[in-house]
Ligand binder design. Sequence first.
Ligand SMILES: [Zn+2]
Length: 368
Amino acid sequence: MPNDMRHLPFWEGFSVTSFQRHADALHLDLEPTPDTPPRCSGCQRVGSPVHEYRWRTLRDLPILGHPVWLRVRLRRVRCPHCGPKQEQVRWLGRYARLTCRLAEAVAHWCSKLPIRHVAALFGLHWDTVRLLERRRLAQQLDALPEPDPRRLVMDEFALYKGHHYATVVMDADTRRVLWVGEGRSREAIRPFFTWLGAARCARIDAVAMDMNTAFDLEVKAHCPQARVVYDLFHVVAKYGREVIDRVRVDEANRLRDDRAARRVIKQSRWLLLRNAENLKNDGQRIRLDELLAANQALATVYVMKAGLKALWGAQTGWAWRRAWKDWLAQARESGIESLARFAKRLSCYWRGILSRVRWPMHTGQLEV
Ligand SMILES: [Zn+2]
């Protein structure tokens, strides 16, 4: 082994006693330098007699692109205070199979790249990387002050292409994510309230959410002061699916003998669901106007969508109540079955829609 390799500065207190290359990887043996006495990992005392030697195999940062494997000869000391104890090594955790510097590099890259990329980059197992990532996040959370939220936002998102769900809870004011858990049932979100504790639960003023009965009931069970606020984004998305899409399909079926008109309606989905102010050019605007002029049912549900959104903008409880009653009556009298059905179901949730007047918040905060 070249002599200058013996004292590489990477491993304080140890020298390289063997150096080999197998395929692409570098294998190094490290042994304690004689002038560095062991330090007890219990009480930090230096100079106790060596009890025994043990080899530990571990990974370090790659050197010039080559994976690095270390075999380190660690000492156990016979400490007068602590008894037999592992020696303390600054660049190595107590039971770690990775050096501190490798663990730090992995955790750093986890904040920038997907886990599988980081695993490939360092030639580590996916589970190892995931563990380091979790530890990094936990340390970040520990460093923050204890949260004391007044307004919460709860939302669910799909994992694994929609087969499983997770719930996320956020502080609406600090925008800090407070909790993430698997599932979207009452039982699944209960641990969040347990963690928050009765005193902090009692201080919650409002919780924004989708019209999801599970969240709704669980919030009421734990937070006596909290008003539930239903989120405009979710309601409008639901309206698009259950009313606009339904009417569009019905109309296309009704016009099955008029191929040109049928095609116009089948291709109109995007135009109808998009906000009018987001239409890119006059061509799209003219197409939308023509479509609505030619089809009474589509025009009705389109105008009712605007009316629904306006409910979230009401300035006073009184103005809201009037607009809400008008909207429900129009839906009922429209003669459009899916619209009347949607309105009937929505009417059970009126409190959570009215709350929006007092608590202008929405789960869309989670999506920014
Ligand atoms: Zn000790």
